[in-house]
Design a protein around this ligand. Structure first.
Ligand SMILES: Nc1ccn([C@@H]2O[C@H](COP(=O)(O)OP(=O)(O)OP(=O)(O)O)[C@@H](O)[C@H]2O)c(=O)n1
Ligand SMILES: C[C@](O)(CO)[C@H](O)COP(=O)(O)O
Length: 236
């Protein structure tokens, strides 16, 4: 793949969701852990990674909070407006990148991501010249429910080759933009960048990450993220 500078990675942070599963008054990225919003914790992780030189934050057109945060003035941060789905928001962020750049997409809702995992993702993808994502091997027994009775087990899946996709996910910007656009044009539901690449026939690399890289999705995840972030700041 493409001759690009690996010390100039651009991150795209989709932060235009409403956090419906979180049931909170404000979109979940603006809930606070200690004195900072979840989004600020996430952005600080990316802004302090030495290979990430620019961060594009994708916010909702209705967002009246982001620009009140001091981090909005950070010189590495650019802001753009997102769309209805996460895929639309990522696509909006990608419009600000050149085709030959690397796009490192990371959920606003994953503030606990580890710097060493980001570095391993970047190194592996660049060395193998193949896009990839952080992910974890599944550790629970996986049950497949009936489609027409989805609280009853049909059978148990073999979990040997099953992984849970996390973020960041790192791809060539031009390739990702094209695949996302094609998938959306064909009405395919895309929940992560790797799925768009797979839609175009690609096979992203799976790079195992720490299990504490959780996505804050439901109310009980907040306490867990608070615990992990506190532990990380004590270990620094
Ligand atoms: N239209 C959307 C939807 C989601 N996201 C972002 O994508 C990330 C992962 O999505 P998810 O955790 O599902 O967030 P929400 O869509 O906000 O949550 P929910 O599905 O519970 O409403 C979040 O950082 C979210 O802000 C986005 O940028 N644009
Ligand atoms: C990108 C992602 O975080 C990988 O697990 C996930 O697919 C986002 O899905 P969501 O339904 O938008 O939370």
């Amino acid at each position: 793949m493409h001759n690009v500078n690996t010390n100039h990675i651009t991150a795209i942070v989709p932060a235009a969701g409403i956090g419906s599963r979180m049931n909170s008054q404000v979109p979940k990225q603006y809930l606070k852990i200690d004195s900072k919003t979840i989004l600020e914790h996430t952005l600080n992780k990316l802004l302090t990674h030495e290979q990430i030189t620019k961060v594009i934050v994708v916010i909702s057109p209705e967002d009246d909070i982001f620009n009140t945060l001091s981090i909005a003035l950070h010189d590495k941060i650019n802001v753009t407006l997102g769309g209805k789905t996460r895929a639309d928001s990522v696509l909006a962020g990608l419009q600000l990148l050149n085709d030959d750049q690397w796009a490192l997409v990371h959920d606003a809702a994953r503030p606990c991501v580890d710097h060493d995992d980001i570095t391993r993702l970047i190194t592996t993808v660049i060395n193998k010249k193949q896009g990839g994502l952080l992910a974890t091997r599944l550790s629970d027994t996986i049950k497949r429910a009936y489609q027409d009775n989805d609280t009853v087990v049909d059978y148990s899946e073999d979990r040997t080759y099953l992984w849970g996709a996390a973020t960041p996910q790192l791809f060539n910007a031009g390739e990702l933009r094209s695949c996302l656009q094609q998938a959306l044009d064909h009405g395919v539901a895309i929940t992560d960048e790797a799925s768009a690449i797979e839609y175009c026939g690609g096979h992203p690399l799976l790079i195992e990450c720490r299990r504490d890289n959780i996505k804050i999705t439901r109310p009980e995840d907040l306490a867990l993220a608070t615990f992990y972030l506190t532990k990380q700041s004590l270990n620094r």
